[in-house]
Ligand binder design. Sequence first.
Ligand code: COM
Length: 502
Amino acid sequence: MANEEYDAIWFGGGAAGRFGSAFNKALGGNIVLVEKKHLGGECHVNRCAFENFVADQSSMAELMRQYSGLSWYPKIDLSTISMARAVETYRKVGQPAFADTMKHQTELQLQIEVAWGEGRILNKNTVEVNGKTYRGKNLVIATGSRPTMPDIPGIDLDRVWTYRDHPEIRKDPKKLVVIGGGKIGIGKAAMFAPFNIDVTVLEKYTCLANWDWEIRNWIFGDFRRRGIKVYEGADVKEIKGRGTVEAVVAEIEGKTMEFPCDAVMVSIGLTPNSEPAKSLGVKIGKENEIIIDNKCQTTVPGVYAVGDVAGPPYFMAISRKRGMVAAKNIMGEEGEMDPTLPLPDHIYVPPLEATSVGLTEEEARKKYGDVVLIRVPWGPRPKDTKPETYIPGFENQGLPVCGRMHTLNLLFYGENRNGMLKAIVDPTSRKYVGFHSIGDGAKDGFQYLSYLLKIGWTIDEMSKLHEIFLNPEHFIQLSRLVAGQKELKGYAGQVDTEDYTK
Ligand code: COM
C-alpha cells in the first residue's frame, strides 16, 4: 500500500485513535494507524488499566486489614505489604499482557494497518514513519495528553512522581505528599494509604470541587478514619530536598507549612500533546489543546483532532467517541458529539469506588428548588437499636450499600465502609436529575443511568423495573418505597449525615 492514498491517517493509537480508526475501517474506510510504541496509549501502561489493577491491590490490602482476625478470618500480618511489589506484578505481567491484547485485537482481529514508529507530520496529507511516506485525504491527530507540572523549585528532584511514574516505583515511600486533590490525586491518596503509607493531600482550591457534597463528605470522613490528611487552600511553593525529595512547602491560610515526605505525587491536571500538529496551523487553545468543533474538525479542513489532545473532558469514553465522530465525518456521514448525554464520573477509594452522573444536589436545588433525595444511609443508627453483639469500631449507618460480594461483609464487619447511595428527583416532573454512589460495582449501572437521565426517566418508570437483590445499587427498590406518593415528598424522616469536610 506504499503509494496509496488513504481515506485517513490516524496519528496516535490510544483510545481515540484505536477506536476511531477501527470505526473508520468498519465504515468502509481505507486507513492507516500510526503508533510509536503502545497501542491503547497510556491506558495499559500507567493510566486506566493500571489504576484498575492498583485499585484491586489496594482493596485487597484494605479488606485484609479490616477482616483480619474477625469471625473465621485468620489474623493477617500486613507489615510486609508493598505498593512497589504490587506494581512490579503489573510491570512484569500486566503491561506485556495488555500490549499483546492491544496488538492482537488491532492488527489480527480488526486487521488495521499499523505504521509502527515515531511519525512525523510533513503536511496535512502526508506523514512519514521510519522513512516511509503515507498519504491521506484526511489526518486525525490523536496524540493524547501528559501530566501538567507546576513551575516550582524542586519539581525535578528525585521521587517527584506523576501517574507516569507510579508503575515504576521500586521502593515504597513512608510518607507521600499528593499535590492536587482532583480525582487523580484523591484516587492516588486512597490507593497508597492501605499499603501502610502516610499520605497527605495538598489542594490549592477545593478537593473534588464538581462532585456532590455527600460524596466529598463520605471521602473526607473515610480519609479521616484512615489517617489520610487533606489540606484545602494549600498553595504549594516549593519541594525541598538534596537530590531526593525531603519536604513540600505550602502556604495555607497565610501560614507557611512544611510537610516532610520521601515522595511526592503531582496530580494537578493534564496538558494536551498538541505540539506535533502545530506546524499545520490548527488553532490551539489556552490549555494547549487543539480547538475542534462538534464534528471533531480542527480549524484546518481535512484535519481532525480526537481524544485528550482536543482538551477536556479527559475521559476514555469521550476519547473513543470523538474517534467515532471523526470517522463518520471522514466517510461523509452525519456525526456530532452529543452534549445531552450526561457523562458519568468515577474515582477509586479502595475498597470502594465513587460514581456520579447528572446534577449534584446543589446544582439540582438551584435548578429545580426543593428536590427529593432518595438516599441511604439516612442517618446514624438510633442508639436503642444497637445489636447485642456490637463489634467495637462498627459504626453502621443504615442499609448495606456496598455492592458486589462485600455488601454484607462490610456491613457486619466494616468500619463504616458501607457506602452511600443518592438519587435526586425533581418532584414536579418526577424525573431523576442525578445519581451518586459510594460502593463497589455500581459503576456498571451508571453507564446506563446516564442514558435514563437523558431520556427523562421518572421515579414511576424506575419502580416498575425488576431488581435483583442484592445488587451494587438499589435505586429501583429505594425509589419504589416512595413512588406511591401522589405528591412526591421523599422519605418521611431523614437525618443529615455528619459533615466531615470542616
Ligand atoms: C484502553 C485503551 S485499554 S483502548 O481504548 O482500548 O485503546
